[in-house]
Design a protein around this ligand. Structure first.
Ligand code: FNR
Length: 366
């Protein structure tokens, strides 16, 4: 028996419900991560090594956690990150996330490998709702160029190029479950081999030769802000600044790519002091994703200098278990947690969040 939605009190609750109600293949694809899933666990554990140094006796009667990301004003400092194959979890797929993102005024990143077509997801947008495009770069650049130009023409406000997946990671839980392709936007003429799990089946078009030399070309075909998703070391963040891109997402792809990749928040703690010492902190927007489950996780990242955080699996699980109402409640829970978290650390707006509010001595060797 599925618990009532009102009995889900935090984002982890959706995961345990989803595990019981989802089809095995879908659960395998959503929950899996690379190899022994050590990076997957680390994404959570890294947050647990950061503590707060709150301020007291601040008037926190009213708190405001709205902010901007790539020039877009949002109600909360997180976005719905790109996760492929939404229809494995819910018959309507990604448009469910579009509706919830609209209700809470947060940005949705549209995956290249969505189950719904790109146009369906754009058509589900309401009012001045903002969406970004996540891009897997096709070995056939003409296809990629078409996708990018189309996204810009349809009003996407950001291009997130995934750079941590020249080859898809080995996700054994996914490989073990028998995947039947349910029609994602598999690109032009590629046979899908389903014997290696969902991830491998849909990703054979991705170009492993993608390199820094390609970035100016992207600049030449679009005016959308460009963000590199999946950067894992400060040296590459500096390169990204030099390339003139607008942002990076410090991320290990939810633990699904390189096993023993560090967590986004750990890389953030390494990155921001270096950017500050070089005077580059205002030259690029730094986002993180991976393992964000609580508002305290979001606030820790913002204190360390992130502009915003991406959240993946929790919204997939909420959608799979309860549809729109589930995602709506997940976002509402984060809203309530954010309000309380801001009050308890003694801040009334996100521009007051700064490194002095966190103790990172246990995080690592920064
Ligand atoms: C992903 N992620 C991902 N990233 C990307 O750039 N393109 C993609 O198609 C996908 N697909 C995808 C599917 C599923 C099921 C998951 C769980 C993740 C990675 C995603 O954008 C993000 O980096 C992580 O999901 C963040 O970690 P959490 O929030 O899931 O812990």
């Amino acid at each position: 028996e599925k618990p009532l939605l009102s009995q889900c009190y935090n984002l982890m609750d959706f995961e345990s419900v989803a595990k019981n109600v989802m089809k095995k293949t879908a659960w395998g694809y959503y929950s899996s991560a690379a190899d022994d899933e050590i990076t997957l666990r680390e994404n959570h554990e890294a947050f647990h090594r950061i503590w707060f140094r709150p301020k007291v006796l601040v008037n926190v009667k009213s708190v405001d956690f709205s902010t901007t990301m790539l020039g877009t004003k949002v109600n909360m400092p997180f976005y719905v990150t790109a996760t492929a194959l939404g229809k494995l979890g819910h018959p309507e797929g990604e448009v469910v996330l579009t509706r919830a993102a609209h209700k809470h005024n947060v940005v949705q990143m549209i995956p290249t490998l969505a189950s719904c077509s790109f146009d369906e997801i754009v058509d589900a947008r309401r009012g001045d709702q903002v969406q970004w495009l996540q891009l897997y770069v096709n070995a056939d650049r003409a296809i990629t160029e078409r996708i990018v130009r189309h996204a810009e023409a349809r009003g996407c406000k950001g291009l997130f190029i995934t750079v941590d997946a020249p080859q898809l990671g080995r996700r054994e839980k996914d490989m073990r479950s028998k995947f039947v392709d349910q029609g994602s936007n598999v690109q032009d003429g590629h046979e899908t081999d389903t014997s290696q799990g969902a991830a491998r089946a849909i990703s054979s078009f991705i170009d492993p030769s993608l390199s820094w030399d390609d970035i100016p070309w992207f600049r030449s075909i679009t005016k959308m802000p460009i963000v590199l998703k999946g950067v894992q070391r400060v040296e590459d963040v500096i390169k990204a600044v030099e390339c003139g891109v607008q942002g990076v997402v410090l991320s290990n792809h939810g633990g699904r790519q390189l096993e023993f990749a560090r967590s986004g928040v750990e890389i953030l703690a390494e990155t921001m002091p270096v950017l500050r010492s070089m005077g580059l902190e205002n030259k690029i927007e730094v986002f993180i994703d991976g393992g964000v489950r609580r508002a305290t996780d979001i606030l820790k990242a913002l204190c360390l200098g992130a502009k915003g955080v991406g959240i993946g699996r929790p919204f997939l699980y909420a959608m799979s278990a309860y549809g729109f109402d589930g995602v709506d409640r997940a976002m509402q829970l984060l809203r309530d947690e954010l309000e309380m978290g801001m009050r308890l650390i003694g801040c009334t707006s996100v521009d007051q969040l700064n490194p002095s509010l966190v103790d990172t001595r246990n995080l690592g060797s920064h």
